[in-house]
Design a protein around this ligand. Structure first.
Ligand code: SAM
Length: 280
């Protein structure tokens, strides 16, 4: 990270998403329940969510549930035992969901974020439901050696998740990160991430959110306009959806549904992909 200020701002973003999970967890009909989210969100997160409508954070609520289901499906149905969260933040999936025997979570994020999370979860006596490795790393710098040293086995398939992260990074760094993931992926691995298109940065429909992010010091900058093509060049067979679509709706999308690939519209895609470098 360039300096302490940007580290702190990016750490704050982890508290923001935890605060969304905290509010959702209060609902009897919530899409998930994260019993530790309010504690983890702390004052920073709870102050951020207080003035916001639930509608305005619904994309994050739906994203959380969508990637919950994705991770559970590929670990249960495909026998994948390694889960790597790049920019794990204050995510508690290793605690709040059940995982197949032998599953290991590798959680990478800034060292200070992971230390804070460990302190809070230890104090709350939270117990992971899988093996868990927290690895402090600056993901804009080389990090693959740290993951390997933490016990990750690149010879067997894994599932990778980069959630709520790539839009904070310059495009070159997005490319470097996804290339690094590809370099460690065994055939049959899975990848999930959310990414915005470039129209999202300029559309009147998304102006309020984009301005809020910029004013808060954590601007959204990273885009991909053709994630499926980008991933295909690297051996990944990808598909896209977005909040509101039939498979990412959960009866909770409060806005008109925009077709997932409608041109010249803002998109905040959920991407899932299987690594199939031989193309078979
Ligand atoms: N994936 C989590 C979630 O959905 O709740 C966290 C998302 S939060 C919006 C973004 C995360 O990216 C923060 O936890 C922040 O610390 C992490 N992050 C940003 N830049 C980073 C970097 N250069 N290296 C490691 N982590 C970084």
């Amino acid at each position: 990270m360039a300096n302490t200020t940007s580290e702190q701002l990016l750490s704050a973003t982890a508290a923001w998403t935890a605060s969304v999970r905290a509010r959702e967890s209060e609902r009897a009909d919530g899409l998930f329940c994260d019993p530790w989210a309010a504690l983890l969100a702390g004052e920073t997160g709870l102050a951020w969510i207080a003035p916001r409508s639930t509608e305005s954070v619904t994309p994050i609520i739906i994203r959380t549930r969508y990637f919950d289901d994705f991770l559970q499906r590929v670990t249960r149905e495909e026998g994948i035992t390694q889960v790597i969260l790049l920019a794990a933040g204050l995510d508690t999936r290793a605690f709040r969901l059940s995982w197949p025997a032998g599953a290991t979570f590798f959680e990478l994020d800034q060292t200070a974020v992971l230390a804070y999370k460990s302190n809070v979860l230890n104090a709350a006596q939270a117990q992971p439901t899988c093996t868990r490795q927290a690895i402090g790393a600056d993901l804009t710098q080389p990090w693959t050696e740290a993951l390997l040293a933490g016990g990750f086995d690149p010879q067997i398939p894994a599932v990778w998740l980069l959630e709520g992260f790539l839009f904070y990074l310059p495009k070159e760094t997005v490319t470097q990160l996804l290339d690094a993931v590809t370099s460690l992926a065994a055939p049959g691995s899975w990848l999930g991430f959310d990414i915005i298109n470039s129209v999202m940065l300029t559309s009147p429909l998304t102006r309020n959110w984009i301005e809020m992010q910029a004013q808060s010091g954590a601007p959204w900058i990273g885009t991909l306009d053709d994630p499926v093509g980008f991933l295909a060049q690297r051996g990944w067979a990808a598909s896209l959806t977005q909040a509101g679509a039939e498979d990412a709706n959960y009866g909770r999308w409060p806005f008109p549904v925009i077709p997932t690939t409608l041109p010249n519209m803002p998109h905040n895609w959920f991407v899932t992909a299987r690594f199939n470098p031989a193309g078979v």
